[in-house]
Write a protein that binds this ligand. Structure first.
Ligand SMILES: Cc1ncc(COP(=O)(O)O)c(C=O)c1O
Length: 536
């Protein structure tokens, strides 16, 4: 049995931490959790991994990094009896926080706003033996990988969900995936390099690459996400002279609920892409903020809803396997984030990859972001370790998955009802927060006299005129769009109130009919459906 299964079964997964309480609370108070031995929380001994080309792959910037001398000195705090006159850590005596209490929902009644737990942290809980983590520790400086206490939870979680198939994988905390993308690119790329991504991608990745002198080459997608054949073709035909840069070896991909297309790569698609990555020796940046927002399938207007997973085991089995879980070579750097499943303002995430990559990342973090905010880490630790535990967190993920499924269904029902199918088409998203609508602009009255970009702008403005906002597909294209390329608009159902989602989509349909000069009820089958869906 893997550690992941054991952890789910245990009621108290607390295991030894390498914690040193440096001084007594009444003395002046430094409590430092120095490190965890990550292998304690990983699965059984699997093969050790050494991804051979890796040392040649690190960028000159990464190769110039040296370990932080000041952070390195922290190891001596373990020396029995040592009096530290070294570290510039302020005394927690001067932290103006004695205790915090935060109300949180409890597993089993997430919908019941009157039912909650209060989680508390005191200044010296650790030294007083009340908790593994406290204000004095969390609110002080930490190491680049984050606090030992919360990192342990993250490693356990990663083992439960992904069970990476090699031994020397490791996690290190990030201040969110945006920063991890930036730092990851700096670790491997130099000016003049290219990386690969879906042909429509998260613009922040492109905007992070550009000032580093790194360009992003788009790879063809279909309704199932990134196409393995297109990836193979781009790499096989890569001409450094034409492109003005060497053949890329980084693939940045968002496999689940991709932003902006909403597509999710199936298990078989991921295996095909992993095989292409092996063939061309790619490193995969697997950016997965929407991984747990995998939903029940959309069954259509007025069809019975699909049955959600009945247990944690069913839920875990329903998740598409991650690249990390397929990564026998150690060529995947997975980016996780609490932004979409807990709160973006936490600014806490983590990467999971081989220890050699984690070590480089941590060295960079030590002298840039440092660790994520200790305040965030303590709140998350109290929630995920002390209050919910791993099973409670899975309950929460099931809860928000159901919430997003309901939101997506409202949007798709409204599309069925209001959006003219004679010019618009879509595939129901199976994960994430985005809906990607293709618009056949060759049917626009200006087609032939207006350029593609002009028509896209005209439709965008028609939406605004009718009181709804959708994003232009071209904004997500790293290499821009050409005449003749398909046209898309992105809608999200993430946060808009349900009634506004319906109204926004109705206005979108109206705007399209206006822009394309269609009859008021020309939405394919709107008349017929109108009677069936009810009034709101
Ligand atoms: C694909 C993708 N990656 C990363 C992020 C940002 O994540 P974080 O808040 O962890 O920086 C987003 C947010 O929109 C996203 O869509």
């Amino acid at each position: 049995m893997r550690a992941s299964q054991l952890l789910l079964m245990s009621t108290d997964s607390r295991v030894d931490l390498c914690i040193r309480t440096n001084q007594r609370p009444d003395d002046g108070i430094v409590s430092t959790a120095l490190s965890i031995v990550q292998s304690l929380y990983r699965g059984p001994e699997l093969g050790l991994l050494t991804y051979t080309p890796l040392p040649d792959r690190f960028s000159p910037e990464s190769n110039r990094r040296l370990p932080s001398s000041l952070k390195g000195a922290a190891q001596y705090l373990k020396t029995p009896g040592i009096i530290s006159l070294g570290g510039g850590l302020p005394s927690s005596e001067y932290f103006p926080f004695e205790e915090f209490n935060v109300k949180v929902p409890v597993p089993g009644s997430f919908d019941d706003k009157t039912h909650h737990a209060v989680m508390s942290a005191g200044k010296h809980d650790l030294a007083q033996g009340k908790s593994d983590f406290d204000i004095a520790t969390a609110f002080n400086y930490g190491q680049g990988y984050g606090s030992a206490q919360f990192l342990r939870w993250i490693v356990e979680h990663t083992e439960i969900i992904h069970s990476p198939p090699y031994q020397d994988w490791s996690c290190t905390m990030t201040v969110g995936s945006t920063s991890a993308i930036d730092m990851g690119m700096r670790m491997f790329c130099k000016p003049g390099d290219w990386i690969l991504s879906e042909e429509f991608t998260f613009p922040t990745a492109v905007e992070s690459a550009a000032p580093q002198g790194v360009k992003v080459a788009g790879v063809g997608v279909d309704a199932g996400g990134l196409r393995a054949d297109a990836l193979d073709k781009v790499l096989a035909e890569w001409d450094p002279t034409v492109r003005g840069g060497p053949k890329p070896f980084i693939l940045y991909t968002v496999p689940t609920g991709q932003n902006p297309t909403g597509s999710t790569q199936s298990a078989s698609r991921r295996k095909e892409i992993y095989a292409i990555a092996q063939k061309h020796d790619l490193i995969i940046f697997e950016d997965e903020p929407y991984y747990f927002l995998q939903m029940d399938p959309y069954t259509g207007l007025n069809s019975p809803a699909a049955t959600p997973p009945a247990s944690h085991a069913d839920f875990l089995a329903s998740l598409v396997p991650s690249y990390l879980s397929l990564d026998t070579d150690g060529r995947v750097m997975r980016l996780d984030s609490f932004s979409k499943v807990i709160a973006p303002g936490s600014r806490v995430g983590w990467i999971t990859t081989s220890e050699q990559i984690v070590e480089r990342y941590r060295q960079h973090a030590d002298v840039s972001t440092q660790s994520p905010s200790g305040m965030s880490q303590l709140v998350l630790f109290k929630l995920l370790e002390d209050t919910w535990g791993h099973p409670g967190y899975l309950d929460w993920l099931l809860h928000i998955r159901a919430e997003y499924t309901a939101r997506r269904n409202v949007l798709l029902d409204a599309c069925e009802l209001h959006v003219p199918k004679s010019i618009a088409s879509w595939s129901p998203p199976a994960a994430g927060m985005f809906h990607w609508v293709r618009v056949d602009y060759t049917k626009h009255p200006g087609y032939g006299s207006m350029g593609r970009a002009e028509i896209e702008e005209a439709i965008f403005q028609a939406n605004v005129k009718h009181g709804t906002l959708l994003m232009k597909g071209s904004w997500f294209c790293p290499e821009g769009q050409k005449e003749g390329d398909a046209m898309f608009f992105r809608a999200t159902y993430a946060a808009t109130p349900l009634g506004d989602i319906k109204e926004g989509v109705r206005r979108f349909g109206e705007a399209l009919r206006d822009a394309f000069g269609l009859e008021a009820d020309d939405n394919g089958n709107a008349k017929e459906l109108a009677g069936r869906i009810g009034s709101d």
